[in-house]
Structures are given as structure tokens and as C-alpha cells.
Design a protein around this ligand. Structure first.
Ligand SMILES: *Cc1c(COP(=O)(O)O)cnc(C)c1O
Length: 452
């Protein structure tokens, strides 16, 4: 019997269970995404903006392979939860969504990162994908593609209200309007939206950041007024990411763009925990232990001997490393190690015959594996090779000692976003509750081997 530290899986059918067995034979770790949780998070975000008929729509941001959760399954679950827009940074992902069968009759798709000289604007316009415009060469290139096709391009004018990334600055906006106004009048461009991005909406605890967000909102409104005065009022204004969707109802406008909230996390631990916002993490990352063995006190663990076992103990190999996207910065050092630095490694939930234990990466994370000091005898704890351990999961409350991606982010000095997006695709992605969430024709779009 092997022990399992992750939540028991609910298989939809014997085929689902067979898929799980096959995935475990193929790879000793799995990223399991609960599509019912994704759908429910989106339902909640739609409720937060006042429901389906509030005049505010919700975009599921599915950039970067849906923050590592899998582009198509996450997009379909977001639509099932009431999203009417999808958003991707890179244009190839927007095109992929259309190719995989999410048609223009189902939802709008916006894309915003490209190189304006080589981007496939013809294809984007032909596939009814909305394009962000934030540079003068971008306007020219999109207009030229629309003319070639004889079809207006749907565009959203990106303004830099203070983020300092994409979009027209207040000083550069007259030049943009001078190009946009005639193109809109001629019908080459359909100016659907005006939008911008917030820099610090996830820090409601820092008064100076709150003031900075207020200034961004004012600047955004000034841009809107200038567009209106030029005769091209935007139909849809959008500014709110997850943070502002949750904590700034006054700036929901006609559309909000939550990303991390869909996946079940708050944008920054300064905002509290997912539970505080009625969100639930959708992904569980689990692995099956490799070698479990006894070692003596003072044994050096991993490269650099940054961790020396404080006592006689047992260690276990978790067969995931930085080549899987486990951050090397989540290594764990102890004072006895050669470097004399103390730093907690990333957390791992391990089931023992005495209940769950929260243990940590001990020593350096290697390319394909890391080591955990069990702080006890594996024989006494009942821990064996093949046991399933959990790196992070839904965070089922205190008594479960269940780590989340926020805990890994703390250990690695980063944010939950980077924890998921770094997970390489060699780790199988498996989906729970797909048949409960998706209509049969959507279910048929997914890789059948990925369904539990
Ligand atoms: C990523 C992104 C979002 C979503 O941000 P979250 O913090 O994940 O909600 C929204 N808008 C733009 C432009 C983005 O790049």
C-alpha cells in the first residue's frame, strides 16, 4: 500500500482511472487541474461584477498556456463559468483557440503582445480576433492588413496610464489620434475598446500604491475624454485585473480581465488568502517518491552541501527538479551546511501512518529531483518509495497542512504566477470533472488521455 498526501481523485469513469495509471507510468509527477474549480472561480468573478446582465463582461485571461493550466481546457472551463471574452498575450495562442474550435459566435478574443512588423495581422483579422493597438507602426500595420483583407480590424487602443509598458503615453496620444480618426471614419478600423493596465492594484495595504492606482484611473479617464472629443468614443473600456476586479468595483467599466483569480489565487499575499476572496486553487502538483533511505546525522545533502542532516534520519527523493520548473531558489539550507545560511526550502506534504507532515526541500534543488529530510525514520513513519506527495494543492485549511503555490512562491522569492507558468509540459496535465463542466462537443475537443 502506498500513502497519498493529495486529495483523493474523483474519476469520471474507468477510462479516467486508466488515464491516471498511464500518466503515472509515464512520469513520476502530475499537475492535476480541477475544471469544476476553474468554472466556479469564473462564476464567482462574474458574480463579483454584478452577474451576467450587469453591463460588465468578464474576460478569462488564458495567456501563457492559461498560466500553465492548459490553454484549451482552461478556456473552455472559463466560458462554462460565464466568461464572454478570452485574452492572450501572444497572438499564436489567440489563433490556436480559434483553430481548436472556439468560434467568434462564442466569445471575443483579445491579443496584445506582438512585433508589429511580422505579426500575422491578416490571420488575426480573418479569425475575428481583437487586436490591441499601442504604437504608431502597429496602427499602420493593422490598417494595411485590414485593407488587404477588405475587412475592418477590431481594435482596442492601449494607453499607458502609468504602468510604463505598452500603450500610448498622454504626450504621444495626439499623434495616435491623428492616425486613428481617419481610419475609423473610413471603416478600416473598428475601435472597439480603450484599455490600460494597473501596476499596484494588488497592494491595497500600501497607501502610496492606492494613491498611485487612483492616479492611473484618472489618467485613464482623461484618455477616454480625449478619444470622445476626437469623435471616436470607445465602446468598451477595461482596466481591471484580478486585484481591481476584487477590490475596486468602481473601475469595472464594461469589461474586467482577471487572470490569477480564475486559477484560484489572490494576486498578492498582501491581499490575504484565496479563501478570503472565495477563490479556490485549481491545480494540484503531486509526485511519487523515488528512493527512500536512512542516513546518519551530519550527512551532506545535494550539491554544495548546503544542508547537513541534523540527526540520524531518513530522506526521500522527489523526482522533480528545475528542469520541471521547480525553482532552484526554493532550495533549503540549514545552519550546519557549508554556507552557514538558514533558509526554508519549498514545502512538501507527505502522508505518514501518523498523519500528514509538512516537510521541506533539503539542500539544493537539482535538475530532475530534490531531496526531503523526513526528520524521522521512514520505517516508523510508514513512508515508502512510490508514495504520492503533494507540492501544492487547493489549500484545504490549517488542519490539513496543505501548501499552496503561494507557499512555494515565498520559498522561491517569487509570486504564484511564476510557480505555475514555469511548470514544464513534460509534467502531464490531467483534468478532473471535465465531463461535469463541459458540454459533449467541448469535451470532445480535449485530449482524451488527459481526462480523469
Ligand atoms: C496578465 C494580465 C491580466 C491578468 O492579470 P491578473 O493579475 O492575473 O489578474 C490582465 N491584463 C493584462 C494586460 C495582463 O497582461
Amino acid at each position: 500500500m502506498t500513502l497519498n498526501a493529495a486529495e483523493e481523485l474523483q474519476f469520471s469513469s474507468p477510462a479516467g482511472e486508466a488515464n491516471y495509471v498511464a500518466a503515472r507510468r509515464k512520469y513520476p509527477a502530475q499537475a492535476i487541474v480541477d475544471l469544476a474549480v476553474l468554472r466556479d472561480n469564473m462564476r464567482h468573478l462574474v458574480d463579483v461584477v454584478g452577474g451576467a446582465h450587469s453591463g460588465t463582461a468578464v474576460m478569462g485571461v488564458v495567456k501563457a498556456d492559461a498560466y500553465g493550466h492548459g490553454l484549451l481546457p482552461a478556456a473552455l472551463a472559463a466560458l462554462a463559468g460565464g466568461a464572454t471574452w478570452l485574452g492572450t498575450a501572444q497572438s499564436h495562442e489567440a489563433l490556436l483557440l480559434r483553430k481548436l474550435g472556439i468560434g467568434a459566435d462564442r466569445c471575443h478574443i483579445l491579443t496584445w503582445v506582438y512585433n508589429g512588423m511580422d505579426a500575422p495581422f491578416d490571420e488575426l483579422i480573418a479569425n475575428d480576433i481583437d487586436i490591441s493597438l499601442g504604437s504608431l507602426p502597429g496602427i499602420d500595420a493593422v490598417a494595411a492588413a485590414a485593407r488587404r483583407l477588405g475587412k475592418p480590424a477590431r481594435v482596442h487602443i492601449k494607453v499607458d496610464s502609468g504602468f510604463g509598458r505598452n500603450g500610448f503615453t498622454p504626450a504621444g496620444f495626439d499623434a495616435a489620434l491623428a492616425k486613428l480618426v481617419p481610419l475609423a471614419k473610413e471603416g478600416v478600423l473598428h475601435i472597439v475598446g480603450q484599455w490600460s493596465h494597473l501596476a499596484v492594484a494588488d497592494s491595497p495595504d500600501v497607501p502610496e500604491f492606492v494613491a498611485s492606482t487612483d492616479r492611473q484611473v484618472e489618467t485613464f479617464k482623461e484618455f477616454t475624454a480625449r478619444m470622445e472629443a476626437a469623435g471616436i468614443p470607445p465602446e468598451i473600456r477595461h482596466l481591471a485585473n484580478t486585484a481591481a476586479t476584487l477590490n475596486r468595483p468602481e473601475i469595472h467599466f464594461e469589461l474586467t480581465r482577471p487572470g490569477i483569480g480564475l486559477y484560484g489565487y489572490e494576486p498578492d499575499p498582501a491581499m490575504g488568502t484565496p479563501r478570503d476572496w472565495h477563490l479556490k486553487p485549481a491545480m494540484t502538483l503531486q509526485a511519487q517518491l523515488g528512493t527512500v533511505k536512512d542516513v546518519e546525522a551530519g550527512h551532506g545533502i545535494s550539491y554544495g552541501r548546503t544542508y547537513l542532516t541534523p540527526d540520524n534520519t531518513s530522506t526521500a527523493i522527489v523526482p522533480l527538479g528545475y528542469a520541471d520548473g521547480i525553482h532552484r531558489s526554493a532550495s533549503g539550507f540549514d545552519m550546519q551546511g557549508a554556507k552557514h545560511v538558514e533558509k526554508e526550502g519549498g514545502p512538501v506534504r507527505i502522508m505518514t501512518t501518523k498523519g500528514p507532515r509538512l516537510l521541506r526541500v533539503s539542500g539544493r534543488v537539482c535538475m530532475d529531483q530534490f531531496i526531503v529530510d523526513l526528520h524521522g525514520s521512514a520505517a516508523e513513519l510508514g513512508v515508502h518509495e512510490g508514495d504520492t506527495v503533494e507540492l501544492f494543492g487547493p489549500g484545504r485549511g490549517e488542519e490539513f497542512a496543505e501548501p499552496t503555490a503561494d507557499d512555494w512562491a515565498r520559498a522561491a522569492g517569487t509570486i504564484s504566477y511564476e510557480i505555475f507558468t514555469c511548470l514544464r509540459n513534460r509534467i502531464p496535465r490531467l483534468y478532473e470533472h471535465a465531463a461535469d463542466v463541459l458540454a459533449p462537443d467541448d469535451l470532445a475537443k480535449l485530449d482524451p488521455a488527459s481526462l480523469l
